[in-house]
Design a protein around this ligand. Structure first.
Ligand code: SAM
Length: 197
């Protein structure tokens, strides 16, 4: 590996945000999953989570559109598989994340009102049915991107990008990209893994 390549790896890892993540609840089109992972890489998400579509496994996505359209981002953002959205919400909350479900309900707020400097997981839903009611109710908040058109919803990867770049904006303002969020040991371990896969 060239010194330039290693320097780039260190630069990217020093901006990774272990306290920002997404949980994709049965996002059933590989190209949507890929696009979300690519945005995660751009924003600095360290690890993402996915509940595969019912009856499927995430690995089925690999080698198909998922890898082809993520622009290699899947190599730099590990997607952890979880069997159930509600359990995953509780696990992340147990680890100190606020879970914000992208879901229209009586308690929904404009996504820009949320505080993304806090440890945050954005819960995203499937194209056809959105985030499940149970997971949305268990979430700490429900957020929406205001819509003024004839169509009621955005493509899930577009919604993810809109929200994640608001998170990036807030975290930049809070100085969260100025110093590594990973511990020196964790940063060094990941740099070794990325450099010598
Ligand atoms: N019929 C579904 C519903 O009722 O929720 C529409 C799902 S939408 C096509 C797919 C996903 O994109 C949603 O679950 C959510 O994660 C995200 N999404 C789409 N439009 C959104 C918006 N305006 N605000 C927040 N999230 C949105």
């Amino acid at each position: 590996m060239t010194p330039e390549r290693y320097a780039k790896i260190l630069r990217v890892l020093s901006r990774r945000q272990p306290t920002l993540t997404v949980l994709m609840d049965q996002v059933n089109k590989p190209h949507n999953l890929s696009a979300i992972v690519r945005t995660c890489d751009a924003v600095g998400v360290l690890e993402a989570y996915a509940v595969p579509p019912k009856g499927g496994v995430l690995a089925e996505f690999e080698g198909h559109t998922y890898e082809a359209t993520s622009g290699s981002a899947h190599k730099w953002v590990a997607v952890q598989q979880r069997p159930d959205a509600l359990e995953a919400v509780r696990e992340l909350q147990g680890r100190g994340f606020q879970v914000l479900a992208t879901h229209l309900s009586h308690r929904s707020v404009d996504y820009r009102e949320a505080d993304y400097a806090r440890p945050t997981c954005v819960l995203l839903g499937a194209e056809k049915w959105g985030v499940g009611d149970e997971a949305a109710s268990a979430a700490d908040g429900n957020i929406v991107i205001p819509m003024f058109g004839m169509v009621q919803s955005l493509n899930v990867s577009v919604a993810a990008a809109t929200i994640l770049f608001e998170a990036q904006r807030q975290r930049l303002a809070a100085g969260m990209y100025d110093a590594p969020q990973l511990s020196p040991g964790e940063l060094g371990r990941r740099a070794f893994e990325w450099g010598y896969p």
